[in-house]
Design a binder for this molecule. Structure first.
Ligand SMILES: [Zn+2]
Length: 75
């Protein structure tokens, strides 16, 4: 399955990662994030709707759930 991180404000694709469906990170993610953040695709892929750095800075609203759902660090 594929995890894709998309900015929910500017719709930018931030990151994507192929992952096993039984990977513990999937369970962690789905338990932390609500259905308003995670979108389940027809093929079982997940889209995680977060805010990119730019949009995060642009918004003054305090949305604490963002800190739990971040794109993976890219090295
Ligand atoms: Zn954005």
């Amino acid at each position: 399955m594929l995890l894709t991180w998309v900015c929910r404000s500017c719709k930018d694709k931030l990151a994507s990662m192929a992952i096993r469906q039984d990977d513990p990170r999937v369970a962690a993610l789905t338990s932390q994030a609500g259905e308003d953040i995670i979108e389940y695709g027809p093929t079982g892929d997940l889209t995680i709707r977060i805010l990119c750095e730019d949009c995060l800075e642009a918004l003054t609203a305090d949305e604490p759930e963002i800190t739990f759902v971040r794109a993976p660090e890219l090295h």
